[in-house]
Design a protein around this ligand. Structure first.
Ligand code: ZN
Length: 175
């Protein structure tokens, strides 16, 4: 299975959502590298993509002939009380991956479970040729979630990687 891990936004060009002491693009860069590392360690072919230009992200994923595309983001909201984890998908198979990743994050980090959500608004989910999901790990704009993202970053990365391998097991079982 060939997997693209896309860190949301791009340090220095598009910082994404801002927390009190951190910015989304920096966190997603580190999460991307950590998730890719865990997946490579168990034998997957992984491409890391973090670009300001989303059409370039999609092109790199499609050129790589990925079987799975996973975008990693931190959520942001004007309401500083908003917190928790949600995973977006576009296709029915995407829902299976989304559920695997959602479950692993919520179970291991005990973030608020906001559930998986179908969405046609994310460009990368619609334009990539493969099954694609977008993980909103936690709210960088919420004090407690931001602390989680900073202190427990490695647990987030491991949970995302485990969610992906859980999905692969389901695929194999379904034949
Ligand atoms: Zn984002």
């Amino acid at each position: 299975m060939r997997i693209v891990i896309n860190g949301g936004h791009c340090p220095g060009r598009d910082c994404g959502a801002l927390g009190r002491i951190s910015q989304e693009a920096e966190i997603t860069r580190e999460l991307m590298a950590a998730v890719a590392g865990y997946l490579r360690a168990v034998g997957y072919e992984v491409l890391e993509v973090q670009e300001n230009d989303l059409s370039q992200v999609v092109k790199e994923s499609n050129d790589f002939e990925a079987d799975l595309f996973v975008a990693i983001h931190c959520n942001g909201a004007a309401n500083r009380n908003a917190r928790g984890t949600e995973v977006y998908y576009f296709s029915p198979k995407g829902a299976i991956v989304a559920q695997c990743i959602q479950k692993q994050i919520v179970n291991s980090l005990e973030t608020l479970d906001r559930g998986i959500k179908e969405s046609a608004t994310f460009y990368v989910l619609k334009q990539t040729n493969c099954i694609a999901v977008l993980v909103e790990t936690a709210f960088i704009t919420n004090e407690e979630d931001e602390k989680f993202l900073l202190v427990k970053r490695n647990e987030f990365a491991r949970a995302i990687a485990r969610g992906i391998t859980d999905y692969h097991v389901i695929l194999v079982q379904e034949g």
